[in-house]
Design a protein around this ligand. Sequence first.
Ligand SMILES: [Zn+2]
Length: 292
Amino acid sequence: MSHDLMLLKVFMTSIILNIMMPDGNFIKITELFTNGDHGNKKNDYLCIKKMKLFLINIATSVLLFLSKIRKKVTFNNIADFLEGITNSLRKKPQPLHIVISDPEGIAVAKEIHCYDIKEMYREPKNMPGLCPVCHNTIEKIPNLDYYTSTDKDIAITYDGFYIVRDRFKLFCEKQGYEGLRFVPLKKSLRHFYFMPEKIFQMDKETTVTMHQGEPCSVCGNYLWTGTGGHKIFSAIRWGEEDDFILRTEEFYTDKYCKSPLVIIGLKTARLMQEYGLKGFFFSDVYYKSEQN
Ligand SMILES: [Zn+2]
């Protein structure tokens, strides 16, 4: 996660927490964090951890406020400070692989990030396409009765299904991209389930991939898989004029909510903006050459 994004997230959490708990009633806060179940060691730990995060959030608000007035504290050093604290808080419960620092690289493509919308399957147990043992995603199979009225041109359901509006589909058809799957939804006439079929060649040596849990004996998937906010590296040095829509081979996040990342060309991102597609944003995908 970039510094600015992380800062924004922490700041927003802080505002929400402040609105929710204006009196600073610590007993109530404790109950809220533990669902009223005291005496349970796991819950106590959770409580302390969340209390710490809560206090950090308050401290961030103050720092941000001071930085606005005095202009002495920059956004970058607040973000560094916060990242240090959140990393140290994360250390205890995370049996994750060791994380290396991001190497340098040049931006050669873009990753699409979109907002979450209502889940496609209300009951995960009814979701098809899962491993019978670990309930990990093997294949995304959309529920054709799904209804959404989202005005975002591309969005993702909480359970990891990409949904696009007709405008997005028209744009793709106009540009003639190959290997894109659009599945009409019976109840959402302007929306489609969306999945790029062609694979983005990731530089697997340079891209950090984190796993949680042991791999499933049946499907080989982990409980959780992610990049932990680290840079994504391409195996191909795409240029400014490359125009494509691809997906990663690997699916990310949690069990049945896993989905691939959608990676597009630099030109594609420009064209999407020029066409007026809205409601999502991009981050850079890098290439690590010998020189950098
Ligand atoms: Zn499995």
